[in-house]
Design a protein around this ligand. Structure first.
Ligand code: AMP
Length: 428
């Protein structure tokens, strides 16, 4: 098969690495890609916002299958446009991508199909939103309805913060994404990510993974796109796993089908393990970044047939197999991230890092120039490793990190700490 992968981050490098390992693949391109992806695929300078250009490329290069990494092209309907041109693509169509593209849409689906989630209200003006929070009290969560690059959620611990968030959103801080605001009950408990692959009819769970959103050690500082992740997570027990599939994932798949917008692709659920059981607080409609990096390292099965089965409605009897080892990834970011940071700084030692036993380095934002690797983004490298336990994987990943010389970069030193603490206490 000839495959085109869309995207340019660490998630796409991990996908390219796994897709390139498939015996089914004749040729792999990635648009636009990055310096690391270029080791696995031929990078093409396509503007993926331009669907006609992507379709032209597919037609002129006999592309059989397109894999879409990020959410923005999914929300823009690239899978529908490719399908109209007769090209098979992995990921949900525009209407199904609303599970991520509109928080109000997802809340309404939960209400309609009895999926456990926090109490909520949907608002299109500040006055009604303010009345609602005054009636509910703080803490409370204020969310822009649309895609806001992970920045559209304010967990307000006081009334004042909630009022400010409402004012900011209706003042246009997130543009059209904030024209509607969802206000949600503050959920307490442990937050976990749950991944499943759906074909529109059914779904199969992927391995579990946990990410670390805060920028500094001990979960301090502002939220980021994710500073690291590990898999499996000890907090999703077989009972919780079964409950999430039965009460959240499968009813979502059935609900989307009943509405005539079947969901095909990766369902990435943000779930709070509350005292009343698991509750959904958000959906994403693609692989998590950096969770994807640890999932592909643990995936024993060929990924290509799984992605094809999702497109073709063939997941019913599909079995994905996983390595029992743990995997962990440390994100190396440019100093200043998630605020302002410099681009173009030089990085040494990536090859040396990759030689640590069990290690793999995925590029998230890099540029190769004259044989030199330069930082080209906020999150720049994903230094990953597998090991018998999360503790082993963590030790190898940091050994690899320490071989990288990049004075303008930084990383957290405690990725995986919850699992490591449990392993130390002998609770696995
Ligand atoms: P998001 O950008 O949608 O991933 O949300 C950012 C973070 O806000 C999540 O990772 C949660 O930690 C938190 N969050 C979102 N919704 C709620 C909620 N209803 N209760 C408590 N925390 C929440």
């Amino acid at each position: 098969m000839n495959i085109l992968l869309l995207g340019s981050g660490g998630r796409e490098h991990a996908l390219a690495w796994k897709i390139a390992a498939s015996p089914l693949v004749t040729k792999l391109w990635c648009a636009p890609g990055n310096a690391g992806i270029a080791q696995e695929a031929e990078c093409v300078a396509l503007d993926i916002v331009d669907h006609a250009a992507v379709i032209d490329f597919c037609n002129s290069h006999a592309v059989d299958f397109v894999v879409v990494g990020p959410e923005t092209p999914l929300a823009a309907g690239i899978v529908d446009d490719l399908a109209m041109a007769g090209i098979k693509a992995f990921g949900p169509g525009r209407l199904a991508a609303q599970l991520e593209g509109s928080k109000g849409f997802t809340k309404a689906l939960c209400t309609e199909f009895g999926i456990p989630t926090g109490a909520y209200g949907r608002f299109t003006n500040a006055a009604d939103a303010l009345d609602y929070i005054r009636a509910q009290g703080a803490p409370i969560v204020v969310k822009a309805d649309g895609l806001a690059a992970g920045k559209g959620v304010v967990v307000a611990m006081s009334m004042r913060e909630a009022e400010d968030a409402i004012a900011m959103m209706f003042d246009g801080a997130f543009g059209a994404a904030g024209a509607e605001v969802v206000i949600e009950e503050f959920l307490t408990g442990r937050e976990i990510s749950f991944f499943a692959l759906s074909d529109g009819e059914t779904a199969i769970a992927l391995a579990t993974a946990q990410d670390h959103k805060r920028v500094f050690d001990h979960d301090q500082g502002p939220n980021t796109g994710g500073m690291g992740a590990y898999s499996p997570t000890p907090f999703v027990t077989p009972e919780i796993h079964a409950e999430i599939m039965a009460k959240i994932i499968l009813p979502t798949v059935a609900g989307m089908k009943a509405r005539g917008t079947p969901f095909r692709g990766v369902l990435y659920a943000g779930v709070m393990l509350t005292p009343e059981g698991p509750k959904l607080f958000e959906y994403n409609v693609r692989f998590g970044d950096p969770e994807c990096q640890v999932l592909v390292l643990r995936m024993m099965s060929d990924i290509v047939p799984a992605l094809l089965a999702s497109c073709d409605g063939q997941l019913k009897n599909f079995d994905l197999r996983w390595y029992p080892e743990s995997a962990l990834t440390v994100v190396m970011a440019a100093k200043g991230y998630p605020g302002d940071y410099a681009r173009g700084t030089r990085i040494w030692g990536i090859d040396d890092a990759a030689r640590v036993e069990g290690a793999e380095v995925f590029h998230a934002g890099t540029l190769a120039m004259d044989g030199v690797i330069l930082a080209n983004g906020g999150r720049v490298l994903n230094v990953c490793a597998i090991g018998k336990t999360v503790t082993d994987a963590q030790r190898r990943a940091y050994e690899a990190v320490d071989r990288i010389q990049w004075p303008e970069g930084f990383c957290r030193r405690d990725i995986g700490w919850q699992a490591v603490e449990r392993e130390k206490a002998g609770q696995g």
